[in-house]
Design a binder for this molecule. Sequence first.
Ligand SMILES: [Zn+2]
Length: 491
Amino acid sequence: MSNDSNNKSSSGFNRRDFLKFGALGGLIAGTGGLVTSCADGSAAGRNGQNYSGKAKYIIFLVSDGMSHGTLQMADLMSRRMHGRPSKWISLYEEGKVTRGLMDMTTGNSNVPDSAAAASSWGCGQRIYNGNVNMAEDGTEFEPILPIFKSAGRKTGLVTTTKVTHATPAGFSANVPRRGMEDEIAQQYYEREFDIVLGGGNIHFSPDRREDGRDMYAAFADKGYKVARTKGELGSANGFERTLGVFTDHHLPYSLDHANTPDLAENVPTLAEMSKYAIDNLYASGDGFIMQIEGGRVDHAAHTMDGTGLVYDQLAFDEAIKVAFDFYEEHPDETLVIITTDHGNANPALNAAGSRYDDSVPNFDKLQSFTYTNNWIMSELNDSSSISDIRSRIGTATGIEVERAHAQMLYDALRGNFRAAYQMKERPANVLGDIMSNHTSIAFTGSVHTADYVELAVAGPGSSSIGAFTRNTDLFDLMLEAAGVEAPAYTG
Ligand SMILES: [Zn+2]
C-alpha cells in the first residue's frame, strides 16, 4: 500500500544500526521532529534538551476513539457540573504539557483500528489493521512492555475493556489477529507483566476459554495476587504482581457503573485501578512503563451514545489526574503521554435547535441522566413495544420522546428503518439520533475516522514533540527517554 508501512524487517532494516548511524534525525525531519542523535550517543531534542535515559517512569494514557468533540464536551461538562475544566484541558491552560497533533495512519489505512494503532506505539511499525505487533508475513516485532521488562523495568496494563483487548495488547502481545484474546491472555502469563487490570473473564476462566485452562490458577501459581472484585484488589501495599479481572466482558460504562449498586460496589473505576497500579509499581523501586486505557469512549462513539461518551471521557480524565499527580511528584523522572488512537464518529455539541444558545441547556440535561443509551438498548429488542421504548428512555433520562421517534426505533429494532446514510439504520444509532434532538450531541456516523489526533506529553523528552508527530515516533521517544535499547530487527 502507499501508506509507507515502514516494515523495517522485510526491508532488511536494522534499528540498532539506524540509531548507531544517527539517521533518526533524518527520518523524523519531515514528520515533525523528535530527536537527533549526538556523537556521544546521548540524544537531544530539537531544542537541545538532553533527556536520554532520564525517564524512570512512563505512563501512556489512551482514551480510545476520542474525537476532538469528545475532549471538548468532557471539558464543558466538567465546567458545568464541577465548576472547573477537565484535567486534560487544564494541562493546556496551565502550560504543563507539550501539545501537538499526531498522524495515526497504519500500514494499510488512514483510518486505523485500535490494534494497529496501539502497535504503532508498541513496536514502532505501521502494520495492517487488525494485527497486533505482527506484519502480514508473520514477522513479529517485540512490543514495548517486554522490551522494558528485559531492561529490568516493571510493567502494567490497565483498561476499562477486556484486558486482552486491542489497545493493551498493542503494547504487549504478538498475534496475527486481535480477536485471539485467549492467546493474548496466555502471553500475559508467559511474559509476566506485573500489573494486569480490566475486564475479560471469558479469556481467563477455565469455563469460558476454548482450551479450558484456568488462567487464574496459573497466575496464582506464579505468585500473583488474583483479584476478581474491587474489594479483593484493595489498595496497593508495596509491590505485588497483580491480575485483576472484574467482569466477563468489558467493564460497564461509567454512568451505568455509578448507578448500579452491585457494579459500583464490586468493580473499580479506571482512576482507582490506575492509582493501584502506579502505587504498586512505584514501590518496586525499579521504574516502570504502564498503559492506561479509557477503552469504552470508543464503544460509546460506535453506538452514538453521547451520554456514555461524555461520562466515560470524564472517568478517563480522573485517571489523567491520578497519573499527573504522580508526575508532579517525580517530574524529572516521569514521561506522561496522553492521547487517543483515532477519532470515532466525530461527536460534537451542535447548535441543533432553532437557537444556538439552546445547545448548552440541552447538554446540561446529561447531568440528570442516570443511565447511558447502551443501558437503554440492553433491554430493547424486536419484541419491544412503542410504550416499552418510551418508558425505557424515560427511566434513563427523564425525557419523554415523541411517539413518531419511538416508532423509528421500533422499526429499526425489526430491521425496517431506512436512513439516507445506512450507518444510521442500526437501532442504537437511531436512538443516538433521537437523543440528539434533546441533548444537542450529534454524530457523523458510528465508525473510526482518519482525523489527526490530540497528543499531550509531559516530562523528559516532551519538549522534543513537534506540532505534528508520526505515531511510530512515540515508540522511539519512550525508548530514548528511558535509555532502554531498541531491539534489532534483521530481515
Ligand atoms: Zn473502535
